[in-house]
Design a binder for this molecule. Structure first.
Ligand SMILES: Cc1cc2nc3c(=O)[nH]c(=O)nc-3n(C[C@H](O)[C@H](O)[C@H](O)COP(=O)(O)OP(=O)(O)OC[C@H]3O[C@@H](n4cnc5c(N)ncnc54)[C@H](O)[C@@H]3O)c2cc1C
Length: 426
């Protein structure tokens, strides 16, 4: 019997989860994604700040010339292809979907071939292309700021951090120049901005300061957010605790701060100007689809069975829209990996079993780490302090998808604890 042809657009948290949960004996599973891997986004900030090594290649190569077996220590991404599961990857970008003919029109993801077009047909389609970073066209942001969305981004942040420390250590640097170089601005006071600030603070104060003793007291970090408070997803009491924890660590918090321009060494703000900040924006495919969308982001609107709604409000029964790109009409959920994974698992269960109850989201605990073993947790009970650090580190483990990576994460923590972080080893 011919297998039913399930096509998944996007290999992120939603698409990857689905590709691993669908019954590959019943379905021919095809993932169309411009990247062959799926990143662990919740681990990127920690990876950028040296909590995990991106790769052991450098040091192994010095001790052995056995380069063919070298693998990254903790991979912050997983391959979409799998040797024991029949998952087909098409490394391409979907440019349009014909919902009547059940065809996705695609461009190869390789610059040399990008003007070619080919079609992929489906019996069932899952739309999960996520979001992109929105700079709101703020001048200079794309050219001068660093983003944290992919493994390559996290590597660039780590490299920039090491570069500014070495630049500030040059003998001709004045103290003013050193302080200017070493002033780090994180834009966005949501969980990701808070986490990268905390990890950066720990890295600088617990590790790097021993390598750069002359720079002690000259490194500063500030968070800028357009909102009136940081961590607005938490209740006011926990957000207030996070604020006081940061202030205690000398992290400057600038709320209601509107960034108007960025050049190669300065961020300009205008307190009474148009509201501009980084955030999410839809990928071009979602913009172009003739479906019902929400007003703000905008995201594809679905019913409670995750079927996208046509412009007249009727659902498309053999299509699902999940992850950051979609939201349920009347039951809005945040753009998080938790939501993306639960929706991915839901669609896999519906297709595997043929049974479909409406989707219900199970809220898990929310954790924000604020540095120096402190943080906040919102769950059945609210917590602050060291418990948040333990919860944060435990969550790192639950995000890692393979046992191999879980074991490597724990091993890396032990190595960091015993010998210091790889990034800070002389
Ligand atoms: C640094 C960082 C930290 C985060 N930390 C957390 C956290 O701690 N907890 C949490 O719950 N969430 C966290 N998030 C949010 C979480 O990563 C997102 O909500 C999640 O990735 C959404 O999953 P998705 O599958 O919808 O999209 P994505 O994971 O973004 O994947 C979408 C995929 O679709 C591909 N794609 C785009 N357009 C096309 C197209 N036209 N054709 C084919 N493929 C396409 C993209 O290239 C991408 O591979 C974090 C995000 C970031 C950036």
């Amino acid at each position: 019997m011919a297998l039913q042809n399930v096509v998944i657009i996007g290999g992120g948290w939603a698409g990857y989860t689905l590709s691993r949960s669908l019954d590959d004996k019943r379905f021919q599973i095809t993932v169309i994604s411009p990247e062959p891997t799926s990143p662990y986004t919740p681990l990127l900030a920690s990876a950028a700040c040296g909590l995990f090594s991106f790769s052991l290649v450098g040091c192994w190569y010095r001790f052995t010339s056995y380069i063919s077996v070298l693998t990254p220590l903790v991979q912050a991404e997983d391959s979409i292809r799998h040797k024991r599961r029949a998952v087909r990857l098409i490394q391409a970008r979907v440019r349009d979907i014909d919902f009547e003919k059940k065809i996705c029109s695609c461009n190869p993801a390789f610059p040399k071939l990008a003007d070619q077009i080919f079609d992929v047909s489906y019996d069932s389609l899952i739309i999960a292309p996520g979001c992109e970073t929105n700079t709101f066209n703020t001048p200079g942001v794309s050219e001068n700021a660093l983003f944290v969305r992919t493994v390559a981004d996290a590597m660039a942040v780590r490299q920039r951090l090491l570069d500014i420390l070495e630049m500030a250590s040059l003998p001709n640097m004045t103290e003013v120049q050193q302080r200017n170089l070493l002033h780090i601005i994180v834009v966005g006071g949501g969980p990701t901005g808070v986490e990268i600030t905390a990890e950066m603070y720990d890295l600088v104060h617990n590790d790097l300061i021993y390598l750069y003793p002359d720079l002690a007291g000259k490194i500063s970090v500030a968070i800028h957010d357009v909102a009136a408070q940081i961590l607005s997803v938490f209740d006011a009491k926990l957000a207030e605790y996070a604020l006081s924890s940061f202030t205690h660590h000398d992290v400057e918090i600038k709320t209601a701060s509107h960034i108007t321009k960025v050049d190669n060494d300065t961020v300009y703000t205008k307190e009474d100007g148009a509201i501009k900040a980084t955030g999410n924006r839809q990928v071009p495919l979602v913009d172009s689809l003739k479906l019902t969308k929400s007003a703000r982001l905008p995201r594809i609107q679905t019913d409670y069975y995750l079927h996208p709604l046509r412009l007249d409000g009727t659902p498309i029964s053999d299509v699902y829209a999940v992850g950051d790109a979609a939201d349920i009409t009347g039951g809005e959920l945040p753009t998080t990996a938790e939501v993306a994974c639960q929706k991915g698992e839901y669609v896999a269960k519906v297709l595997n079993t043929g049974r479909s109850d409406p989707f219900v989201y199970q809220q898990k605990m929310l954790v924000a780490y604020t540095g120096q073993h402190d943080g906040v947790i919102a769950g059945r009970k609210d917590w602050t302090g060291g418990a948040a650090w333990v919860a944060w580190r435990s969550k790192n483990l639950t995000w890692a998808r393979s046992w191999r990576n879980k074991i490597l994460i724990v091993t890396t923590w032990m190595l960091n604890y015993t010998f210091g972080k790889e990034i800070a080893r002389a």
